[in-house]
Design a protein around this ligand. Sequence first.
Ligand SMILES: [Zn+2]
Length: 474
Amino acid sequence: MNSQIQYHRRRLADVAAALRLARTQTSREQGPRAQLAQHQQRRLDTVVRHAATHSPYYRRWFDQTGALGDGPVQLQRLPVLDKSLLMEHFDELVCDPRLRRDPLLEWVGKLTRDQLYLGRYRVMVTSGSSGRPGLFVYDPAGWRSTCAQILRASGWAGLGPSLPRQRLALLGGAAPSHVSRQGAATMAVGLHRTLRLPVTLPLPRLVQELNQFQPTFLHVYPSVAMWLAEEQQAGRLQVAPQMVVTIGELRTPEMTRRLQDAFGVHPFNAYGCTEGLWGSECEHHQGIHLFEDTTLVENVDADGQPVPAGQPGARLLVTNLYNRVQPLLRLEVTDLVTLGPDPCRCGRTLVRASTIHGRSDDVLSLPAGDGGRVAVHPLQFALLTRDPKVREFQVVQDGPVLRILVVPNQAAAAGTGALEAHLGQAVARQLRGLGVQDPQVTVERRPKLPRSAGGKLKLVIADPASRPVHSNAR
Ligand SMILES: [Zn+2]
């Protein structure tokens, strides 16, 4: 009982602090870039000097290189961290010697809700598109910063504390070790009336629950939003949310249009990763503003060199400016992003990810007519989301063959092979247009598709053996 009370107190304190922090963060959004840079440098100095003192890994690195002088820390001089290094050296990277990788992995696997480790730390796992798990530990300050970013992103979409309270439906179904589930659990202190639904429930049940609850806000993965759009248009789902927010998966322009048609609102798209980088579209919907005041982001090419604004990168290097217990400095995140060079009409000076193309692990490498290889981005399969008969799909690379697994919508479910033939031809045509030699495409109907522990759907599963060299883990 005592620990229950302690937990609730802690959660209230986290939310109160996050609300304050979100207000401070929001007040900085329109400031000049120079002011933002000063703030970033102060935070960077703080987290790096802390790491140099308390993390055996960084202490050794700074001792060996002498790279930490008395002046401001230079980000580009710090070593890049990837997920393999993070996991391999976990025990010496963290700044609290009581945190050990293997016991933590075992503990987090048994979580039933968002319990705190040692009464203090939040522990989260990412499945990672390459199948390697990532283990993340947040201290109270790091976690409050994350919660502030979640509140801030929701606030941009119009969700704030209000009377009467908003009715928020969160569809996720994430495991308790997933950041979305921990965020929702922390925030469940009564700011909004909240309905949490796991996406693993049968669709008719989701529809029934939503009809009953009548959400004013719908927070959902893009793929699940597509199911709901179909249900809404068929008249089985009858809700009138003021806003729909999607997060967690690639959302194509066609999906955005379908959501608009079904719900009559322009849905917001948000971005968040356990590593600490968060962001959201503003009311102009011209890319996702990244919350750079809490997390530094570098867009780099396959060789780790900085990519100029307006050009796509091969991965991001993310530096978390708040979490001290597990220094996340220049950590590789495999998102393929183009950062927009132009200021936004909304007046916010935070950089925009004008396009998020998916993850580099999801880029297919296919043989080209000229003997080379063609890199095919997941967005090339958007034509499948354009087809109203397709509820959802997944592309699986199987040696030389691309297998397209399709869940048809209810109206098309009883159809013959015409849908398969049509989709197969359309995808093959698209691939030929990109220069792929003799694309081999098969289309298979499925009643449902497998989802990750977080409930997400991967649009593309690349065959690791056919991956382009640059995305192989070093
Ligand atoms: Zn904007």
